[in-house]
Design a protein around this ligand. Structure first.
Ligand code: AP5
Length: 215
């Protein structure tokens, strides 16, 4: 089963993706995580991407299309995967539509997680990350020990793009460049709308019901 996760910044894509990957045994491919790894490792791509990411802008399509083509060509995606954060623009979706048949793959479903703007700002400004990839929230999803990851014990930190100015920019960019994809995938008959405003487990139940049909 191959899945695309769509949703604004802070809608819970990363949180739900970890749970989906475990239950449905699909590879979690997050373009945000891939880019952040490049930034951490100081690669040329990472240095270029950081300028855009810190400002809450999208990294150029040409870079992302290359990353995704490369990732989907790896043998470990054969059992199914979930794209979290790709595509984010119409050109990225069109590129994916070309890459998939070349690799003899297809997307089964696009989960569109919908959350009101005020809630997104609350979630992003309180988010704390661990370098192992887990995400917490100081109020809504706190770690058992403040400042420490429940899973690996790592020190939690705030992402540079979770500062207020970058958050507002990311929401603006989402509306202009990513929201049109809802229409794109509705026309392709692939969209499943998920109400992302409730409790984490309740949202996961709704997603699980949808995904069970594709197992
Ligand atoms: P990326 O890392 O993909 O960030 P994003 O899409 O902005 O999404 P987030 O990771 O911020 O949020 P999320 O939906 O995963 O929410 P989460 O589960 O963490 O991308 C970062 C940047 O990389 C982009 O801005 C761009 O520059 C670049 N980039 C990446 N892909 C690109 C592409 N394809 N093209 C161009 N550029 C690209 O949850 C958020 C918080 O809420 C957490 O604290 C969590 O604990 C809490 N929470 C989650 N669910 C709930 C709930 N139900 N109730 C209460 N709290 C909740």
């Amino acid at each position: 089963m191959n899945i695309v996760l769509l949703g604004p910044p802070g809608s819970g894509k990363g949180t739900q993706a970890k749970m989906i990957a475990e239950k449905f045994n699909v590879k979690h491919i997050s373009t945000g995580d891939i880019l952040r790894e490049h930034v951490r490792n100081g690669t040329e791509l990472g240095k270029e991407a950081k300028k855009y990411m810190d400002a809450g802008q999208l990294v150029p399509d040409s870079i992302l299309i290359g990353i995704i083509r490369d990732r989907l060509s790896k043998p470990d995606v054969a059992g199914g995967y979930m794209l979290d954060g790709y595509p984010r623009t119409i050109p990225q979706a069109e590129a994916l539509d070309k890459i998939l048949p070349e690799l003899k793959q297809k997307i089964d479903v696009v989960l569109n997680i919908d959350v009101p703007d005020e809630e997104l700002v609350r979630r992003l400004s309180g988010r704390r990350m661990c370098k192992c990839g887990r995400s917490y929230h100081i109020l809504f999803n706190p770690p058992k020990v403040p400042g420490k990851c429940d899973v690996c014990g790592g020190e939690l930190y705030q992402r540079d793009d979770d500062k207020e100015e970058a958050i507002l920019n990311r929401l603006k960019v989402y509306k202009q460049q990513t929201q049109p994809l809802i229409d794109y995938y509705t026309k392709a008959g692939l969209i499943a709308n998920i109400n992302g405003a409730g409790e984490i487990n309740q949202i996961f139940d709704e997603i699980s019901k949808v995904l069970s049909k594709f197992k």
